[in-house]
Ligand binder design. Structure first.
Ligand code: PHE
Length: 346
């Protein structure tokens, strides 16, 4: 066999070997056997130095032709293998866009939370801060600092659950007033809101629950009068129940406020004409309030000759029931999905 024939034979061998290559790994192996520096084509070329001068041209051309053809076939194979790999990958990852998607239901915010957020927003805009209170409270903060000494008859109105003689489940959020005043490092002005759960030993029915929510409000500053209380609550009523609302204050009693008032808002259902929501009176009771009793200011470290203030307490569920026309307080707690779905858009 002449050297030129050897070049042709090598080319044929390489091409038929390439035909059996079916993956990237054996393609690598093929490259190093034939086309790399130490591969068979180069080693055939290295025989050039022994070739007589008159045959050099023929031999060189034969080897170069072999190299070019094999290199070309190699590139083709490489591209074909890559294409095949890509196709397989796409097939594996194929998504059938005609299949229905997995749908999941988005929950809704409970009306209790909606009302807390809404009321909090209204007062944050008036410069109030939000303060967290304690659900397990001491007798001192739930009663005594609020002007309700141990044997005071008004304790009976808020009978609750005691852990021991000093610790109880709070009956009202008003204890957070005492905390805020007493714990103030500088006895300066206060504008605070404190939402949370309270507990009373009540029988549960459509409008009562042994556990419910309140939002406490407290403002303490120099020259605070009942006019400020009225203006603040009127603004709140308008934001909460509509611009046309009016409020009225009726005399009431709380040990920690003096004077004390019940605040009614004009009925937003019938515009005050009288309907089932307002029980025909045109007014709906929404909260208790009053001017902070000077004894409370004093016991909490504020000089009542220098400072005065007002406080109010709103029932969260009560507002939610009015606002959303909920007929039974227990709906707010039982997490019936059919009920909660109604609040999706709110
Ligand atoms: N704590 C009172 C209650 O639970 C409400 C209230 C708060 C009244 C603040 C006046 C001032 O009934």
């Amino acid at each position: 066999m002449t050297l030129a024939e050897m070049a042709k034979a090598l080319k044929d061998k390489a091409l038929s070997s390439l035909a059996t290559v079916a993956d990237a790994l054996s393609l690598d192996g093929f490259f190093s056997s034939y086309l790399s520096k130490k591969g068979e084509i180069n080693s055939l070329m290295s025989k050039m130095k022994n070739v007589p001068p008159e045959e050099k041209a023929v031999f060189g051309a034969a080897v170069n032709e072999a190299r070019n053809e094999v290199a070309h076939a190699f590139e083709e194979k490489k591209r074909a293998l890559e294409e095949k790999a890509l196709e397989e990958k796409l097939k594996r990852q194929a998504i059938d866009i005609t299949l229905p998607g997995t749908s999941f239901e988005v929950g809704a915010t409970n009306p209790y939370r909606l009302i807390v957020d809404e009321i909090t927003d209204i007062f944050l805009n008036m410069g109030f801060e939000v303060v967290e209170g304690n659900e397990v409270e001491t007798d001192k903060f739930n009663f005594e600092l609020l002007n309700v000494p141990k044997d005071h008859p008004s304790r009976d109105m808020q009978d609750t659950l005691y852990f021991d003689a000093e610790h109880l489940l709070r009956t009202q959020t008003s204890g957070s007033q005492a905390h805020r005043m007493l714990e103030a490092k500088e006895k300066g002005p206060i504008r605070m809101l404190s939402p949370g759960k309270v507990y009373r030993r009540d029988e549960d029915d459509a409008t009562h629950s042994h556990q419910f929510g309140q939002i406490e409000g407290l403002v303490v500053d120099k020259n605070i009068s009942i006019a400020n209380l009225r203006a603040t609550l009127l603004l709140f009523a308008k934001k909460m129940f509509g611009e046309k609302r009016q409020i009225r204050m009726r005399s009431s009693y709380f040990p920690f406020t003096e004077p004390s008032v019940e605040v009614d808002v004009s009925c937003f259902k019938c515009e005050g004409k009288g309907c089932s929501t307002c029980k025909g009176t045109g007014w709906i009771e929404i909260l208790g309030a009053g001017m902070v009793n000077p004894h409370v200011l004093e016991d909490c470290g504020y000089d009542p000759n220098e400072y005065s203030g007002f406080a109010f307490g709103v029932g969260i569920e009560r507002v939610a029931m009015l606002r959303y026309g909920i007929d039974d307080i227990r709906r707010i707690y039982t997490n019936d999905i059919r009920f909660l779905k109604d609040f999706k858009s709110k």
